[in-house]
Design a protein around this ligand. Structure first.
Ligand code: FNR
Length: 186
C-alpha cells in the first residue's frame, strides 16, 4: 500500500507558486508515495460554537486528514506569518478538543516566495503551531525557496538543475522521515 500524504497548500490563488511547488514535490517523490492536495478554500471560518455540529466541509477536511499517513505543508508567507486560510484549516481540523486530526502524523514544512527569505518566518510560525498539534516534523534540511520565473514549469518540473537537486535532497529527507516515524512502534 502506498503512503498517503495529505498536502495543505496555504494559498488559494489559481496560479499559486506554492501549489506549483507542491506539484513538483509529488513528482520528485518515489512511486510508493501518493500526494493529495486538500481543499481548504471552502471551509467556513472556524467557530467553536459548532464543535459538536461541524460544517460538512470541516468534517470532510477532518476525514481526509485522518485518513492520511503523513502531512505536507507548502505555504506562502503573508505579512511575516502563515496565511489565514491555512490557520483556519489548522484550527478546524484540530478540533473539537481531544479530536485533533493531525496528531502523531509525520510532517514536513516548505514554502516559496519572491522575497529573499523564502517564507522563513511563515515556516517558523507554522512549526510553532504544529509542535502544539503534536506533529513530528522534519527538522533538517530546511528549505526556504526564493521563487524565480518558471522555477516549476506547467508539467511540474523544476527547470533549474541546481534547484532541482536541492529540492530532491529535501524530498529524499522528507520521505526518509515519514518512513522512520511510521515504522516506530506506537
Ligand atoms: C505577501 N507576500 C509576501 N512575501 C514574503 O516573502 N513575505 C511576506 O511577508 C509577504 N506578505 C504578503 C502578504 C500578503 C497579504 C500577500 C498577498 C502577499 C508576497 C507573496 O510571497 C506572493 O504573493 C506569493 O506569490 C504568494 O504565494 P502564492 O499565492 O503564489 O503561492
Amino acid at each position: 500500500d502506498k503512503r498517503k500524504v495529505a498536502v495543505l497548500v496555504g494559498s488559494l490563488r489559481k496560479d499559486s507558486i506554492n501549489r506549483r511547488l507542491a506539484n513538483a514535490i509529488a513528482k520528485l517523490a518515489p512511486e510508493r508515495f501518493s500526494f493529495q492536495q486538500l481543499t481548504i478554500g471552502d471551509l467556513p471560518l472556524y467557530n467553536q460554537d459548532r464543535d459538536n455540529d461541524m460544517p460538512e466541509q470541516a468534517q470532510r477536511l477532518k476525514r481526509e486528514v485522518s485518513a492520511a499517513d503523513a502531512l505536507l505543508f507548502v505555504t506562502p508567507e503573508y505579512n511575516r506569518s502563515i496565511p489565514g486560510v491555512l490557520k483556519n484549516a489548522l484550527d478546524t481540523a484540530s478540533r473539537p478538543y481531544g479530536k485533533n486530526a493531525f496528531a502523531k502524523k509525520p510532517g514536513g514544512v516548505i514554502g516559496t516566495s519572491g522575497g529573499g527569505i523564502g517564507t522563513a518566518l511563515a515556516q517558523q510560525h507554522l512549526r510553532n503551531v504544529l509542535a502544539y498539534l503534536d506533529v513530528p516534523l522534519l527538522n533538517q534540511p530546511e528549505a526556504y525557496i526564493q521563487y524565480s520565473e518558471n522555477l516549476v514549469d506547467d508539467a511540474g518540473i523544476v527547470t533549474d538543475e541546481k534547484k532541482r537537486a536541492f529540492l530532491q535532497a529535501w524530498v529524499d529527507a522528507y520521505v526518509a522521515w515519514v518512513d522512520l516515524v511510521l515504522s516506530a512502534p506506537r
